[in-house]
Structures are given as C-alpha cells and as structure tokens.
Write a protein that binds this ligand. Structure first.
Ligand code: CA
Length: 224
C-alpha cells in the first residue's frame, strides 16, 4: 500500500516508516497537519496513519477536511489518550479505526491489513466492530479487547460474546445462546452454555461481571 504517516514525533515517524517499508509499503511522512493534507490529497494514497496531536491543526481536523473534500482514503487515527470522547470525535470526523499510544507495531500492521481488506473494490463493508463498555469485538480480525488489552477466546467463547454484544442489556435464554454459539451441534445441552459463560467471565476479567445471570431465563450483558 501507499501510506502516509502524519506524525509530529519525528522519532516515531522514522520508526514507523522503517517498519512499514520492511513490510513492503511505500511510505510518506508529514510532520504537521497542513503538509499532511497536501500529501494526502495527492493521488494514490491508500491509507493515512494520522496522529491526533499535531502542532498546527489537529488530526481530527485533518480527518474532517479530508472527508469533506470527498476523500475515501482509509484513516487510522493515533490517539494519546483513550477516552470515549476522543474515540467518538475521531470516528465522527471520519477515521476508520484508531489505535491508542503506545501501541505494538504488530497491532498497527494488523489494523492496516483490515483497513486494506475493507478498502478493496466493491460495496463498502459494514463496520464489523461491536462495543459495550470496555469490551470490543472485531469480527474481521476475530479479535477481542478489554480496556484495549487483547483477550484470547476460543471460537465458542467468541461466538457467545458476539451474541451478547449484539443484544446488550437484553436477557438471552440458554436456547438462544445455544443457537448462536453451537449452530451445528444438536447434541449440546444448555449446561454447556453455563460452562462457557463461566469461561468467558473469567477471561474477560473485571468486565466479566457484566455477564449477569438472569434467574429463570439465562444471561444478559449489562450495558450500563
Ligand atoms: Ca503528536
């Protein structure tokens, strides 16, 4: 991909350029918002890695201007703080995804891969991110994070969590959960749901408390 890094931290910009080039991307670097915008509007940029805190205009403003100029270039935002407000602002401004500093290069690379898949010709894919409180699930990447830390789930646990995240706050019966997480196995009993809910709670750590037991019904993911 032809990438543009807009980052005023010159050391980070250099490191990113080197790593991305090792991954065979073509990389331009801008160290402020205005020159970044000029470069981004040049033809052929596939994705912009955009720092929010820039010396002239903010990354949020850069994203907003790109979108208002009709650019559909993928934007991966880098934010220093992880607050809901920052994320919402970034996504509202037109970012496709965001990453909180400090981040591992592998994660940046994975997100770029996901963005490039989404950017392939054809109808734009719907957003594959589900989020309740600190829990996020990315279907494209088969990836779950809690407070931005990755949690490894088995395919079954992943399917269960996905079902909860699609129906936040709603009480789900064991049978409903069975249909979602074990669609092809007739031999599974509702007790399996209890066992997997237990595993899921444990793996989600403190966020596991959100998976509440609803007496006489089943379970509910608290969205409050
Ligand atoms: Ca910065």
């Amino acid at each position: 991909m032809h990438l543009l890094v807009i980052e005023d931290d010159e050391r980070l910009g250099r490191v990113l350029k080197r790593l991305l080039e090792e991954d065979r991307h073509v990389v331009d670097v801008a160290t402020d918002g205005e020159s970044g915008l000029d470069l981004a509007e040049a033809n052929g940029i596939d994705a912009v890695i955009l720092d929010v805190g820039l010396p002239d205009i903010s990354g949020i403003e850069v994203a907003r201007r790109l979108r208002s100029n009709g650019s559909e270039t993928a934007i991966l935002m880098l934010t220093a703080r992880d607050t809901v407000r920052d994320r919402v602002e970034g996504l509202d401004a037109g970012a496709d995804d965001y990453l909180v500093k400090p981040f591992a290069y592998e994660e940046l690379a994975a997100r770029l891969r996901a963005l490039s898949r989404r950017a392939e010709p054809g109808p734009r894919r719907p957003d594959s991110r589900l989020e309740v409180g600190p829990i996020t699930l990315n279907e494209t990447e088969r990836r779950v994070t809690v407070h931005n830390k990755r949690v490894d789930l088995s395919p079954r646990e992943f399917a269960l969590l996905e079902c909860f995240l699609r129906h936040p706050g709603q009480a789900l019966t064991r049978d409903q959960l069975l249909d979602q997480a074990w669609p092809y196995s007739a031999a599974v009993t509702p007790n399996a749901v209890d066992a997997y809910v237990h595993y899921l709670r444990t793996k989600l750590g403190t966020a596991g408390r959100r998976v509440e037991t609803v007496r006489g019904v089943g379970y509910r993911l608290s969205d409050a």
